[in-house]
Design a protein around this ligand. Structure first.
Ligand SMILES: Nc1ncnc2c1ncn2[C@@H]1O[C@H](COP(=O)(O)OP(=O)(O)OP(=O)(O)O)[C@@H](O)[C@H]1O
Ligand SMILES: [Mg+2]
Length: 282
């Protein structure tokens, strides 16, 4: 199996006394869709940003992040070709980061900025081929009908799907999504997770951080759980029973990790990586 992401002994301190990440090691194979769960402050965003090369690790000699077989950063130093390497990694933020006053199409086209010469991007010179690609990406997430609308006119869920289209235009091999459904209603959350699952079915590697463990179980075969910057679980999502979560996080914290009430938690991830339907009231 080919390795997409390899994180070795990564620690990150923002302040000297408290580690946001503590000796984290993690391997994600190409084609996997992996959930990263954990309470607020457990280090999910920090880890995703480290993997994307947006943040440097501590300078420990052993710390290393490899992406698609190339070292992206080691011992707290970014590789010289980090910009090219970053182009292979799409990043989806919790807060969409769309430019409100620009159209959906232009926002989507922004995804190609990593690939085209800077001056073309600055001048807003996108070729027909770029636009075609952007429209295709919008179609993939069911948002093509909004292409000419201002981003500010879309709902949160719609904006997040445009953010996914923008990441697609970048043509990445890996998508890192940082709590892409945190601020969405269940219906929008489902559409966003479906869009990510579709990409994964076509071979894209997806690492997605989630607050709610039920989405991890429904959409990802494997879950990595963080607690206070430490990996406390890395294995099949199906084994993350309420009892197991209680053990990992304590009953009070664990009970806050569900989006749906307990009688609606029956759906589990299937073994062939297909997405299970959400319950009718989800
Ligand atoms: N830029 C920063 N400067 C200082 N401390 C930071 C910074 N970013 C994160 N931290 C700290 O690092 C720890 C991990 O934060 P991180 O944002 O990675 O957690 P998270 O799991 O993504 O939380 P959430 O679910 O709230 O998004 C927290 O204690 C946080 O306060
Ligand atoms: Mg976060």
């Amino acid at each position: 199996m080919t390795v997409a992401i390899n994180v070795t002994q990564v620690s990150k301190h923002f302040r000297s006394d408290k580690a946001a990440l503590s000796d984290v090691s993690l391997t994600v194979n190409k084609g996997e869709m992996v959930a990263l769960i954990g309470a607020s402050g457990s280090g999910k965003s920090t880890l995703l940003r480290v993997i994307a090369g947006l943040l440097k690790t501590d300078k420990a000699s052993s710390a290393k992040v490899d992406v698609l077989g190339k070292t992206l950063q080691a011992s707290g130093q970014l590789a010289k070709d980090v910009r090219q390497q970053r182009a292979q990694v799409g990043f989806i933020f919790q807060q969409f980061n769309l430019v409100n006053r620009l159209s959906v199409l232009l926002n989507t086209l922004m995804g190609s900025l990593g690939r085209i010469p800077k001056w073309r991007g600055l001048l807003g010179l996108f070729y027909t081929a770029d636009k075609h690609l952007a429209m295709q990406a919008l179609q993939r997430v069911g948002m093509e009908h909004t292409a000419t609308q201002r981003a500010s006119t879309l709902s949160g869920g719609q904006q997040q799907r445009v953010a996914i289209a923008r990441a697609l235009v970048q043509k990445p091999s890996i998508v890192l999504a940082d709590e892409p459904i945190a601020s969405l209603d269940p219906e929008s959350a489902r559409k966003v997770m479906d869009a990510l699952a579709d990409l994964n079915k076509e071979g894209m590697t997806v690492l997605v951080s989630l607050h709610q463990v039920d989405y991890a179980i429904r959409y990802c075969k494997r879950t990595v759980a963080l607690k206070d910057g430490v990996v406390v679980y890395d294995g099949p999502s199906s084994e993350l029973t309420p009892e197991k979560l209680d053990k990992l996080y304590g009953a009070t914290s664990a009970s806050e990790m569900y989006a749906f009430p307990s009688n609606d938690r029956s759906t589990s991830v299937s073994t062939d990586n297909t997405v299970q339907p959400l319950a009718a009231n989800a």
